[in-house]
Design a protein around this ligand. Structure first.
Ligand code: PLP
Length: 446
């Protein structure tokens, strides 16, 4: 229940949680029955206001990619903010060019032109506008179970009812089936090839039956983040790229969650599938928690944007200092390889838990982006959100932060800093195992 702050004599008498409930919009909704008030953090540890320490297996939604308050990022930001804090995009700054060069070097294919903004939402919007300018078309195909952000366009692109606050509708957005094998109507006995064919046939049918047949773009998350780390079956992304291009549209790969080594081996999720998108969207892990996002496009797509645009804070010198330092650390530490190795360790531990508890319906993911989908029983696969809530609470009690996701809130998401050590990963798995034992005892009643 939100306190009425207009009659509260003194907000100092309120706890931070009560203060927030009365002062902020209700959609600023923290995790947990008794929300956690974090005060400080370092590496993979965060501390709350009462001095309790937690191992962070969620990294502020896969964002503190090289750990909280990484000393090189902190130092670079401190130096920059004392030297030049803001210019706007009306002036040239060297930091922006340095970061754009690095992104171009890391990005696949011919992606070489960059626009900086401040959030994944804005980067998605930029990609959609660029695709429309380039193709001269306006219909966009997105996927069910996708998440694109919180603007009106982005909530319409998002394929989850709970993330749409009202029945707003942006014309021209159509949703094809997500390549969600675990919940595919073909059932658990179908092969990956059969699932892939089914999802691709649906994409064609959506284009043929719900659009003019002339779509501007297909927007895909290579691994669907908020949807619950849905990994497409082999052949899906390649096939989807081929299909959208055969209809004259472009492929936009949303790498907000899957980007920057998170999925292991490669820098971006789409590289696992050998797909070179026409546009790519990046945010979260790009700057270790600073509000930075980027849209990268081929020359011809970028050049088609003839109209004016400006981003007051896009490419801000302080944001670019954070980004440059983060990318430097990520390259030096070879985070794609670290994610692969630590991801294997994490996955082995989660698979072990999956064998112990029938309510862990599926363990899935790539690299350090791993999830457990919780079900009431393995046969019906009915989503078990109550158990997921119980596991979140139990993990917190065990001093471990994990995330929730999925359309029904029944998927546990794990994505720690990519600099996490072997010992820290093992410690997190032990804490998670204890939390699972607690949730097994009381989860269904939560
Ligand atoms: C895949 C994806 N795209 C876009 C966004 C929107 O990013 P932001 O919250 O920075 O606006 C998110 C956020 O979770 C995301 O997961």
């Amino acid at each position: 229940m939100s306190p009425d702050l207009s009659t509260a004599p003194d907000v100092a008498t309120l706890s931070p949680v009560e203060h927030q409930r009365g002062r902020l919009f209700p959609w600023v909704k923290p995790y947990y029955r008794d929300p956690l008030v974090i005060q400080e953090a370092e590496g993979v540890r965060v501390r709350d206001v009462e001095g309790r320490s937690y191992l962070d297996f969620f990294a502020g939604i896969l964002t503190t990619s090289v750990g909280h308050c990484h000393p090189e990022v902190v130092a670079r930001v401190q130096t920059q903010v004392a030297r030049l804090g803001h210019t706007s995009t009306l002036y040239v700054t060297e930091g922006q060019l340095e970061v754009a060069d690095t992104l171009t070097r890391l990005a696949p294919g011919r992606l070489s032109r960059v626009a900086f903004t401040n959030s994944g939402t804005e980067a998605v919007e930029t990609a959609i506008q660029a695709a429309c300018c380039y193709t001269g078309r306006s219909e966009i195909i997105a996927l069910r179970h996708s998440y694109s952000g919180r603007s009106i366009l982005a909530t319409n692109l998002t394929g989850h009812a709970p993330w749409r606050p009202m029945a707003s509708s942006v014309a021209g957005i159509k949703h094809a089936r997500a390549p969600y094998v675990f919940r595919s109507p073909l059932g658990p006995t179908a092969s990956d090839e059969e699932h892939t064919r089914f999802f691709l046939d649906d994409l064609v049918e959506v284009i043929e039956t719900t659009t003019s047949g002339r779509p501007a773009a297909l927007l895909v998350e290579t691994i669907m983040g908020v949807g619950g780390f849905i990994v497409p079956p082999q052949g899906y992304l390649e096939g989807a790229a081929e299909i959208i291009r055969s209809y004259g549209g472009v492929l936009i790969s949303d790498e907000v969650q899957a980007g920057f080594g998170r999925t292991g081996t490669h820098w971006f999720g789409c590289q696992h599938f050998g797909v070179e998108p026409d546009l790519m969207v990046m945010a979260k892990g790009i700057a270790n928690g600073f509000p930075v996002a980027a849209t990268i496009a081929t020359d011809e797509v970028a050049d088609a944007w003839a109209g004016l645009s400006v981003s007051t804070y896009g490419g801000n010198p302080v944001s670019m200092a954070a980004t440059a330092a983060t990318l430097e650390v990520m390259e030096r530490e070879d985070v794609p390889e670290r994610s692969r190795v630590r991801g294997e360790q994490l996955r082995a531990g989660l698979d072990e838990l999956g064998r112990c508890y029938p309510w862990i319906g599926e363990v899935r993911g790539m690299g350090l982006m791993q999830a457990m989908e919780l079900v009431k029983d393995p046969h019906s696969r009915a989503p078990d959100a109550a158990r997921a809530r119980a596991l979140m609470e139990a993990a917190r009690e065990e001093g471990l932060l994990i995330g929730a996701g999925g359309l029904n809130g029944n998927v546990i998401r794990i994505g720690p800093s990519m600099l996490i050590t072997e010992a820290e990963t093992a410690e997190g798995l032990e804490r998670l195992a204890r939390a699972c034992a607690r949730a097994a005892a009381d989860g269904a009643d939560a």
